[in-house]
Design a protein around this ligand. Structure first.
Ligand SMILES: [Zn+2]
Length: 161
């Protein structure tokens, strides 16, 4: 188990458009395993590679439901529908939470750690987490989408991604 250090805002790597992964090798598997350990250690529901200092289009999401851990390499959003507004946090912004409006439904295409392409549809909170992580890969931070910052007594249901 290797817990990596989380990169906190401000840091240039958090606002970069990350590079595509071209090699689906053992090193990629190790990065994904470390990202999982790091996400669990810091009690997050998702983590993107730039948050551990890597310029690569790799992200994971695990909201502790039936979907398990979703590993997304070079993910691409192919469809978005509807709207949801809810509390959001980010492991790179400790203690900061805000209300963010995002599409309620998302369909993505991505690759798994073996380089196999897959398609995934998600709604509600899972869709929120997936879109938060994919934004990270384009250097887009949730703070650019916050409509209202939340006080401590309003944090019910807020998770860090
Ligand atoms: Zn985040």
């Amino acid at each position: 188990m290797t817990v990596r250090k989380i990169v906190n805002y401000p840091a240039a790597i958090l606002e970069l458009k990350c590079k595509e992964v071209v090699k689906f090798d053992k090193k990629l598997g190790k990065v994904l395993d470390d990202m999982y350990d790091t996400m669990i250690e810091f009690d997050g529901v998702g983590l993107a590679a730039p948050q551990i200092g890597l310029d690569a289009r790799i992200a994971i999401v695990d909201i502790d439901d039936d979907s398990g851990t979703i590993e997304m390499i070079n993910p691409r959003i192919v469809k978005q529908e509807g709207e949801q507004t809810g509390p959001e946090g980010c492991l790179s912004f400790p203690g900061l939470y805000g209300e963010v409006t995002r599409p309620n439904y998302v369909k993505i295409e991505a690759f798994d750690r073996k380089g196999r392409p897959y398609t995934l549809e998600a709604e509600d909170f899972l869709a929120r987490a997936i879109q938060h992580e994919i934004d990270h890969l384009d250097g887009i931070l949730f703070t650019t989408k916050v409509s209202r910052y939340l006080e401590e007594d309003e944090l019910e249901g807020a998770e860090c991604e």
